[in-house]
Design a protein around this ligand. Structure first.
Ligand SMILES: [Fe+2]
Length: 190
């Protein structure tokens, strides 16, 4: 399980029933987990807040409705996070604003802003290899991301599945199911 204090499987339990695209699709759960691992590496290199960056990975594409141009999906992901604040999302106002704005603006091509926003966007852009695009240094925000291009791009190109992260999610998922707290997310557990 990623070393963050948020209960990511419980958050996924809330998100995935409303995610209508394939979990292994271009913008699905396997992309989210690669973004998560990119983000964790970037947080270690930059000192960015890992809670914000990890939650961005989970929410930024969570309310896409197609795999192509999908106007407003970042805003919808941000609003989804807002709807869970106080229940499953526990961030102070400043950090929550960073998460919200990082999701809302993540497809606008911006390369400047608060450190957490830069790291969120870099963690996503480093996974462009899944659609045949090598991230360009000029489109990345941080030098840490420049240094990570080769590692992340190789994983993106072959659509690496972060099995350790997913296995940890599914172990917790089974715990939730055994505790009788889970009625959905069957697709993700397959
Ligand atoms: Fe993404």
């Amino acid at each position: 399980m990623p070393p963050v204090r948020h209960d990511l499987p419980a958050i996924l339990k809330a998100i995935l029933p409303g995610y209508t695209l394939p979990h292994d699709g271009t913008h699905g759960l396997t992309h989210w987990t690669r973004v998560l691992e990119n983000g964790q590496r970037l947080c270690r290199a930059t000192g960015a807040d890992a809670e914000v960056v990890t939650l961005f990975a989970i929410f930024h594409d969570a309310r896409r409705v197609n795999e192509y141009r999908d106007d407003g999906h970042g805003h919808r992901g941000a609003e989804l996070a807002a709807s869970l604040r106080g229940d499953l999302i526990h961030l102070p106002d400043r950090e929550f604003e960073l998460l919200y704005e990082s999701c809302r603006l993540h497809t606008d091509g911006i390369t400047t802003g608060d450190l957490e926003m830069q790291v969120c966007w870099d963690s996503d852009r480093l996974d462009l290899g899944r659609v045949g695009i090598r991230p360009r240094s000029t489109r990345l925000c941080t030098t840490a991301a420049h240094d990570l291009i080769d590692w992340a791009h190789e994983r993106a190109e072959r659509e690496h599945v972060p099995t350790q992260v997913l296995a940890a999610f599914y172990r917790r998922y089974r715990e939730l199911r055994n505790e009788g707290q889970l009625s959905v997310w069957e697709q993700g557990a397959a």
